[in-house]
Design a protein around this ligand. Structure first.
Ligand SMILES: Cc1cc2nc3c(=O)[nH]c(=O)nc-3n(C[C@H](O)[C@H](O)[C@H](O)COP(=O)(O)OP(=O)(O)OC[C@H]3O[C@@H](n4cnc5c(N)ncnc54)[C@H](O)[C@@H]3O)c2cc1C
Length: 479
């Protein structure tokens, strides 16, 4: 959808918006850091200039904002924790858009252990939601590296994935019901906690993964699970991703649904952690080309989880699938290893320019994809350092590529488009997705029509036009 230029709202209109939330909750450039941090993504990859940042304190205020926006044709950019990696939460640089940040909508509305569900405001951080579930002896399983900052509304709007997709699915699989303020201000209360409900179209799915282009999520009812009674982590060193895939199947056979996480790391990621993340260490006595970090969650006990992990590592070593491995690592050491896993993107930063490709291919094709993509990248830049890591359990690889060691960042940036095109072409060859879990945002908008058919694009545009006829919701994102 082409973005039409919008006039910058005048001070009278901004005053009307500010009056809805109160002056203290309407930020402008005069508010310094509080305004600036909502206009730049944390890594500095995307920045913008909003006319104003509004911090509504109730659903009624969100509704009044969208009503006024629709009446005046003002563009609205919903923002959660501002951890998104594709620029969806950023205003453009025109000074015409208003950011609506959900931070103040941060109540846990209810936790219903009998129904295994929880209803929360959209601005609750993922970490707080997980704590609330835990306080009721339940698990909210979504787990991503940004969980201290990202919000449930942002998780839903980006259909976040993370390390527990293998066992519990994406955010989409965890949502029972939604409350959404529609462009124009109407509030859709779909906060149902039913497990079965086939009464017409299931509207919540329109908003999950919509990246703020169809409305503002203000509340969500989500699924809870039994809290694991014990967890254990294992680590293995393998010669190849193919061996890691064989280990995945062995682990699934032995642990079934209790295998909750299965992550692949290349040696270079471990090296980067050791160089740049204090407290990092070699997980195994010898160097290996690839590492697998996996977790088992037992419904019975710590001992049962440990026994499963020990069994998996023991069987894999005995059959030669892995070069070596350690089962049931002690809790403190396991926490440090998971910290290293979560930090892989961060530790690439001191190594210079890093190109990110959040892609997925069918799980069984990950090894061949990694080989093909690595060879293709090196054909473009022989000194490039691929750092492919991620969720082998669900086929989602973060195919990051660091610049040559000590090389010229500008020279590497000049090859960025060629490298990215190459990676995406190989993803297509493998029947994969160029937007596995981070979404389209503004970063991949131009790519969407290249990976979706004309029929799919037309359907998406029809949905957008039906829900947001004035095009006020997050223009320039996704479509
Ligand atoms: C260190 C790190 C690790 C990460 N790991 C993962 C990972 O493993 N898996 C993964 O999927 N992602 C990951 N991410 C990306 C990011 O954290 C997720 O996409 C997260 O779900 C975004 O939530 P947020 O609240 O920060 O949303 P924001 O970044 O604020 O917004 C993201 C999108 O959602 C829209 N939006 C936000 N809130 C609302 C709302 N209430 N209503 C309507 N639209 C809204 C925005 O307009 C934007 O388009 C990671 C990011 C970082 C920095």
């Amino acid at each position: 959808m082409t973005k039409s230029p919008r006039p910058v709202p005048d001070s009278a209109l901004l005053g009307q918006f500010a009056a809805i939330v109160g002056a203290a909750n309407a930020l402008t450039t005069r508010d310094g850091a509080a305004f600036a941090e909502r206009n730049a993504e944390r890594r500095g990859a995307f920045a913008g200039k909003a006319a104003m940042v509004l911090l509504p304190g109730s659903v009624a205020e969100v509704s009044a904002i969208l009503k006024l926006a629709a009446e005046t044709g003002t563009a609205i950019v919903p923002q959660g924790g501002n951890t998104g990696l594709v620029g969806g939460q950023m205003p453009d640089g025109s000074g015409a858009e208003i950011v609506v940040a959900l931070t103040r909508l941060d109540a846990i509305r209810s936790v219903d252990a009998a129904t295994d569900s929880m209803t929360v405001d959209a601005g609750v951080t993922l970490a707080a939601a997980r704590r609330a579930a835990e306080a009721a002896d339940r698990l909210f399983p979504l787990a991503i590296g940004s969980m201290d900052h990202c919000q449930i509304g942002g998780n839903i709007s980006s259909n976040a994935g993370g390390v527990a997709v293998l066992a519990y699915g994406n955010t989409r699989d965890l949502v029972l019901g939604l409350e959404v303020v529609l462009p124009g201000g109407a509030v859709w209360d779909g906060l149902r906690t039913l497990r079965k409900d086939n009464a017409g179209y299931d509207l919540k799915h329109l908003f999950i993964g919509a990246e703020g282009t169809l409305g503002i999520v203000t509340g969500a009812a989500v699924k809870l699970y039994p809290r694991p009674r014990g967890k254990a982590t294992g680590v293995a060193g393998t010669a190849s991703p193919a061996a890691a895939l064989t280990l995945l199947h062995l682990a699934k056979e032995r642990a079934g649904f209790e295998l909750t996480t299965f992550e692949l790391l290349p040696r270079i990621a471990v090296d980067f952690c050791i160089s740049h993340l204090p407290g990092s260490f070699d997980p195994l006595p010898e160097r290996h080309a690839w590492y697998v970090l996996f977790e088992v969650s037992s419904g019975q006990s710590e001992a049962a989880a440990s026994a499963l992990v020990d069994g998996i590592v023991g069987a894999a070593r005995a059959s030669g699938i892995v070069e070596t491995g350690r089962g049931a690592i002690d809790a403190a050491e396991a926490a440090s290893l998971w910290r290293m896993r979560y930090a892989i993107s961060d530790v690439q930063r001191p190594e210079g320019v890093s190109l990110k490709h959040d892609v997925s291919v069918p799980v069984g094709r990950v090894p061949d994809f990694l080989a093909a993509a690595t060879a293709a990248v090196l054909a473009v830049e022989p000194e490039a350092r691929p750092v492919p890591f991620g969720h082998l359990g669900d086929g989602n690889v973060h195919f990051n590529v660091s610049q040559p060691a000590g090389g010229d960042p500008a020279a590497f940036r000049a090859k960025a488009a060629a490298i990215t095109d190459t990676v995406h072409a190989i993803v297509a060859d493998f029947g994969g997705s160029i937007a596995a879990e981070h979404g389209i945002g503004q970063m991949k908008r131009a790519l969407l029509p290249t990976v979706r058919s004309a029929v799919e694009m037309e359907l998406m545009r029809a949905v957008k036009t039906a829900l947001d006829p004035k095009g006020i919701m997050n223009p320039g994102k996704v479509l």
